[in-house]
Design a binder for this molecule. Structure first.
Ligand code: ADP
Ligand code: MG
Length: 311
């Protein structure tokens, strides 16, 4: 197999007393769109900032395309394109001026730089806005300029921290089209962070981070298959009471998540009639579904992925 694009081993990080990463390990292969998925505070940005070399590597090991971070951080920086969560464009400059300025920082100049800028403007379909001030562009276009800027020096690995945040649904679709094109047409490996389950679904593989621990790492479909079977969610007045009774009667694990009782089982459609017959007085609603990534998270942590959202 090829050298991995990124190898992270036993990575730990603390901000004084607060532990942000508790020894996480994962590998990103060349030409993946790899997602670091997790709720807020999971440790995604900390991992991102260490990978992008904006935070020091204190404990653990990282290599990027075979370059060990401790020995050669400069070599790694050349291989990376980095897009931060907070915008880094100068809004009072035009699109081209932003790109040119960034090119100068990387030591490019003259016709080589101008040619590269033209290529990127066309690639990202922003050529007609090249002389506009960045502040006049929509959020989606600004994000595209941001990504174009990060690719000026032709990196092999593109790192993006929560790239969809703040974008409307249409701009998100365009962003993903672009990321997929970068992967397939230009063979760029992409590592991004997200707290959106529907975005994680689009990645080739994901690592789920929760409170600084990596709880799962695989393709979205493998993770869902691993749970297997079906998920039944039952509405009731007293979920703790019903969960205990289901466990007692059928010997299966029933957990309470918010106001619902949740069961994982094979052939859920066959079990539902038995369940309803047994507890008809207590069940107010019942749903059957295939496992989602949220179910994967619940399965691994016992908690909802995002408490603000209803199932
Ligand atoms: P995520 O990006 O998944 O939301 P972060 O990596 O930003 O997670 O945060 C992980 C943990 O580290 C959280 O508990 C957060 O409060 C803490 N943390 C992050 N940045 C800092 C910082 N600069 N100083 C202190 N604590 C921080
Ligand atoms: Mg973050």
């Amino acid at each position: 197999m090829n050298t991995p694009a990124v190898k992270v081993e036993r990575l730990e990080h603390s901000y004084s007393e607060r532990i942000a990463l508790r020894g996480i390990s994962f590998t990103v292969f060349e030409n993946e769109i790899f997602g670091l998925l997790g709720p807020n505070g999971g440790g995604k940005s900390t991992t991102f900032n260490i990978l992008s070399t904006h935070l020091p590597l204190v404990k653990g090991e990282i290599s990027v395309f075979g370059n060990p971070r401790r020995a050669n951080a400069d070599a790694i920086r050349k291989l990376l394109g980095v897009v931060f969560q907070s915008p880094s464009l100068d809004k009072k400059l035009t699109v081209t001026e932003n790109l040119r300025h960034h090119g100068h920082l990387y030591g490019f100049a003259g016709t080589i730089l101008e040619k590269r800028i033209t290529e990127l403007l066309e690639r990202f379909e922003i050529a007609e806005r090249k002389n506009d001030f960045v502040e006049t562009l929509s959020g989606g276009l600004q994000r595209r300029v941001e990504i174009a800027k990060s690719l000026l020096h032709k990196p092999k690995l593109l790192l993006l921290d929560e790239p969809s945040t703040g974008l409307d649904p249409g701009a998100r679709i365009l962003l993903w089209k672009l990321l997929n094109e970068l992967r397939t047409d230009e063979h760029i490996t992409i590592l991004l962070t997200t707290h959106l389950l529907e975005e994680a679904e689009k990645c080739t593989r994901i690592a789920i981070l929760d409170e600084g621990t990596l709880v799962a790492c695989d393709s979205p479909s493998n993770l869902k298959q691993e749970i297997g079977g079906d998920v039944i969610k039952i509405g009731t007045q007293n979920n703790g009471h019903l969960a205990a009774k289901i466990t007692e009667r059928f010997g299966m694990s029933a957990t309470t998540i918010d106001s619902l009782v949740r069961i994982e089982c094979e052939n859920g459609h066959e079990f539902i009639p038995t369940l309803v017959a047994a507890f008809s007085d207590e069940i107010t609603s019942i749903t059957l579904s295939k496992p989602s990534l949220e179910d994967v998270f619940i399965h691994k942590t016992g908690r909802r992925f995002n408490n603000e959202k209803m199932i």
